[in-house]
Design a protein around this ligand. Structure first.
Ligand code: UTP
Length: 635
C-alpha cells in the first residue's frame, strides 16, 4: 500500500488535507492512501459520526485500520460501492417515510401462464420435455439465510427432509439433480454425457458448515468440481433516515452488518463469470431454489418443460393460492400514466406482489373487494413459491446492463408515527424474485402452477410459532415438511394405481397433520410421474401404518401388499421385482416434546421420532435379475 502522508490522487496529506472530522485528521498519519480515500468517501457521504470516537494516534491503531478494511470489503461487494448504497438508502428511506407504495400507478391483472394438473397427459408430456432439457440446466441454491424463524442450531440444508431415511435437504437436492442428469442423458441417442452444475450461495453464517457437510459426505455422489459455493456479503446497517451507517453496538471499530437478502444471488452469479462459462457450455436454463423444500424436485421437470415449450425467459413456479393467503401473488402490473418518465422505459411487468400489497393495489384500481377467489375456489393470482427458471442468454444480457443489481427495498421499524427514528437499525434488502422488475415489457415472462401438495412444503417455522398459525394456514414446520413428503409420495403412488390407505390425523408439537404411510424413495427411482407408473404394477396396496423405503433405480413393485416396514436397497445393475404380502410389526411414530432437550433438536422439532420395531430388509448388491419372494425353481 502507498504510505500515508504522500500522495492521494493529487491530494497531499503532508500538505494538510483537512477533513470535516478532527478526530480523523489526527489519525491521517497512520493510514494508507487507500484507507484515507475510503474515509474521505465516507465523510463526503455524511458519515462523520463513524470517526467521532477515534482517539489519538497510537491508541487502537490496528482496530482503526481493521475498520477501514471492513469498509473496503463493504465497498467492493456492493454494485457501485458504498456511495451507491448510501444514495439508494436515502431514496428508499425517504419513500418509506412518505408512505409511498412502490406500485403506485400500476394496475394489477392476471398474467398468462400454465396451470398444470398432476398426472394428466399434458403434465406427463411436459415432464418428458423437462427431463430432455435438464442436461442444459444449471441449478442455483440460495442458502445464505439465517433461519431465525426456525431456530435450528445448524444449517437448514443439514436437516433431514424426512426421518425415515434421514436424507438431509442437501442430499435430496443433489441426488435429485444427479437423477435428472442421468435421465436426461438417457434421452440422447447413444446416451449423451452431461454434468449439471450446482451453485450454492452461502453467507458468513452458513459457508463453513455447508462446505463441511459436502466434504464429509463426498458431495453426496456429485463430483466436487460440479459444485461451486459463492458467498454473499452482508450490507451495512442504517441508523436513521439520512442513511447514517451504524456501528456495531459491541465494537465501535466495526460497522454493523446484516444480510442483504437472496437477491444477491444475481450479483454474485454475474461477478463470478460463471454465466458466461455456462453459456459457452451450451447451458440454456438456470433454476433457482431454496434451502428447505422436500418436494421441490417433483415440480421441476414439468415446469422446465413449460419454459422450454413456451419459450419463457422467466418462469416462476407457483401453487394455487387462496385469496388473501399470506403468500406473494404473481401479477402483471401495468402502468396507467403514459406521461411519466417511468413509462418510457417500462409500462408492464410480471412480478411477485406481496399479499399485503396486492389487496390494496386491487382496491385502488377498481376492484372494491380486493383479492377474491374466482370460480376455481382460488385467487386468480397464483402463489409464488420462489423457484425461478431463467433462460440463460437473456439473463446474461440483462445482467450485463444492470451488473447484477436487483431492485431493493427497506423495511424500517419506526419508533412512532413521526417516522423520524427507528427501533433498531435497518438495512437495504433485495429478493431474487424481483429480477424481472428491470426487464423490458417485451420480455416473455410467465408462471407454472403445480399442485401445492406436489411441490411446496418449506421448513421455516419453529414448533412454537407453527402451533400458533391460524387454522387452515400452512405450518411450514419440520413436522408439516416431513408429513408433506409422505403425502406427496402416497398421492403419486395412488395416482399410479396403488391402493394406499387413507391417512389418520394426529397432533405433533401442537400441529394437526395428516399421517400417511411413510413412503420414501431415492430420487433415482423416480424423477417423474412416468417413472412411477413404469415401476408400479397392478395389485399393490399399502396400509396406513406401513413404511416403504426404496433405495435404488430398477426396483419394480408388482402386486406388493405391504402392512409393516419394507426397506429395499439395490445397486444400479440389479433389476428387482417385489411382489407378495409383507407383514411385520413395522416402525411407529412416537410423540416427543420439542422442549425435551435430551432429544436431538432435528428430531424434537418434528414432535415425533420413529421407533423401529421390525422390518423386512431386501438388499441386492450384485448385478442380475431378482424377484422377491424368490420363485421356486429359480436360480
Ligand atoms: P427465508 O425466507 O427462509 O429466510 O429465505 P431465512 O433468512 O433463511 O430465514 P429467517 O427469515 O431468518 O427465518 C428463503 C431462502 O433464501 C435464502 C435462504 O437460505 C432460503 O433458502 N437466503 C435468505 C439467502 O440465501 N440469503 C439471504 O440473505 C436470505
Amino acid at each position: 500500500m502507498e504510505s500515508a502522508g504522500e500522495n492521494l490522487g493529487g491530494l497531499s496529506i503532508a500538505g494538510g488535507w483537512i477533513s470535516s472530522s478532527p478526530n480523523l485528521d489526527k489519525n491521517l498519519g497512520i493510514l494508507s492512501a487507500e484507507e484515507i480515500a475510503l474515509a474521505k468517501m465516507l465523510l463526503d457521504k455524511g458519515q462523520k459520526h463513524l470517526f467521532d470516537h477515534w482517539p489519538e494516534p497510537g491508541v487502537d491503531d490496528t482496530r482503526k485500520k481493521n475498520f477501514l478494511h471492513q469498509v473496503a470489503r463493504l465497498n467492493s461487494s456492493y454494485p457501485g460501492g458504498l456511495v451507491s448504497y448510501i444514495q439508494n438508502a436515502r431514496k428508499l428511506l425517504s419513500d418509506s417515510k412518505a408512505g409511498k407504495n412502490p406500485y403506485d400507478g400500476f394496475t394489477p391483472s392476471v398474467p398468462s401462464g400454465e396451470i398444470l394438473t398432476f398426472g394428466d397427459e399434458k403434465f406427463t408430456l411436459l415432464e418428458e420435455a423437462g427431463v430432455r432439457e435438464s442436461r442444459k440446466a444449471a441449478f442455483v441454491l440460495v442458502a445464505g439465510g439465517l433461519g431465525e424463524r426456525l431456530g435450528y442450531k445448524g444449517i437448514k440444508l443439514a436437516l433431514p427432509s424426512e426421518t425415515t431415511t434421514n436424507r438431509c435437504f442437501l442430499q435430496y437436492y443433489i441426488e435429485s439433480i444427479l437423477a435428472l442428469q442421468e435421465a436426461s442423458c438417457r434421452t440422447v441417442q447413444g446416451h449423451g454425457e452431461a454434468e449439471i452444475p450446482l451453485v450454492i450461495m452461502t453467507s458468513d453464517d452458513t459457508h463453513a458448515p455447508t462446505l463441511s457437510l459436502l466434504e464429509s459426505n463426498y458431495y453426496f455422489g456429485m463430483k466436487s468440481s460440479q459444485v461451486k459455493l459463492l458467498k454473499q456479503e452482508k450490507v451495512a446497517c442504517l441508523n436513521d433516515n439520512d442513511a447514517r451507517l451504524a456501528l456495531d453496538p459491541n465494537d465501535s471499530y466495526k460497522m454493523q452488518t446484516k444480510p442483504h437478502g437472496h437477491g444477491d444471488v444475481h450479483t454474485l452469479l454475474f461477478s463470478s463469470g460463471l454465466l458466461n462459462l455456462w453459456h459457452r457450455a451450451d447451458i440454456r436454463w438456470v433454476l433457482f431454489f431454496q434451502d428447505t423444500n422436500g418436494l421441490l424436485f417433483k415440480g421441476i421437470p414439468a415446469s422446465l418443460g413449460v419454459s422450454a415449450t413456451r419459450g419463457y425467459q422467466v418462469n416462476s413456479l407457483a401453487v394455487p393460492r387462496k385469496a388473501k393467503e399470506a403468500m406473494g401473488g404473481i401479477a402483471q402490473l401495468t402502468h396507467t400514466d403514459g406521461n411519466t418518465l417511468f413509462m418510457i422505459f417500462r409500462y408492464k411487468m410480471v412480478i411477485n406482489v406481496e399479499y399485503n400489497q396486492l389487496g390494496p393495489l386491487l382496491r385502488a384500481t377498481g376492484h372494491a373487494d380486493g383479492d377474491v377467489n374466482c370460480e376455481t375456489g382460488f385467487s386468480p393470482f397464483p402463489g409464488n413459491i420462489n423457484q425461478l427458471i431463467l433462460e440463460l442468454e437473456p439473463y446474461i444480457q440483462e445482467l450485463s446492463k444492470t451488473r447484477g443489481a436487483i431492485a431493493e427495498f427497506v423495511n424500517p421499524k419506526y419508533k412512532d408515527s413521526s417516522k423520524t427514528s427507528f427501533k433498531s437499525s435497518t438495512r437495504l434488502e433485495c429478493m431474487m424474485q424481483d429480477y424481472p422488475k428491470s426487464l423490458p415489457a417485451s420480455a416473455k415472462i410467465g408462471f407454472t402452477v403445480v399442485d401445492k401438495w406436489l411441490a411446496y412444503a418449506p421448513v421455516k417455522n419453529n414448533p412454537e410459532d407453527a402451533s400458533k398459525v391460524p387454522k387452515g394456514n400452512p405450518y411450514h414446520s419440520a413436522t408439516s415438511g416431513e408429513m408433506a413428503v409422505y403425502r406427496a409420495n402416497c398421492l403419486m403412488l395412488k395416482k399410479a394405481g396403488v391402493l394406499v390407505a387413507d391417512p389418520i390425523i394426529d397432533i405433533f408439537n401442537g400441529q394437526e397433520v395428516e399421517v400417511w404411510p411413510r413412503v420414501t424413495w431415492s430420487p433415482k427411482w423416480a424423477s417423474t410421474f412416468t417413472d412411477v407408473i413404469w415401476k408400479v404394477g397392478k395389485g399393490c396396496s399399502i396400509s396406513q401404518r406401513s413404511t416403504l423405503v426404496i433405495n435404488g433405480q430398477n426396483i419394480v413393485l408388482d402386486g406388493l401388499r405391504l402392512d409393516g416396514t419394507l426397506v429395499i436397497t439395490a445397486n444400479d445393475q440389479a433389476d428387482v421385482k417385489v411382489t407378495g404380502h409383507v407383514q411385520n410389526k413395522g416402525w411407529t411414530l412416537e410423540h416427543v416434546d420439542y422442549k425435551d432437550n435430551s432429544i436431538p433438536q432435528e428430531i424434537r422439532i418434528r414432535g415425533f421420532k420413529i421407533y423401529k420395531i421390525e422390518q423386512l430388509e431386501l438388499n441386492y448388491m450384485e448385478s442380475g435379475k431378482f424377484q422377491f419372494p424368490e420363485q421356486e425353481g429359480a436360480e
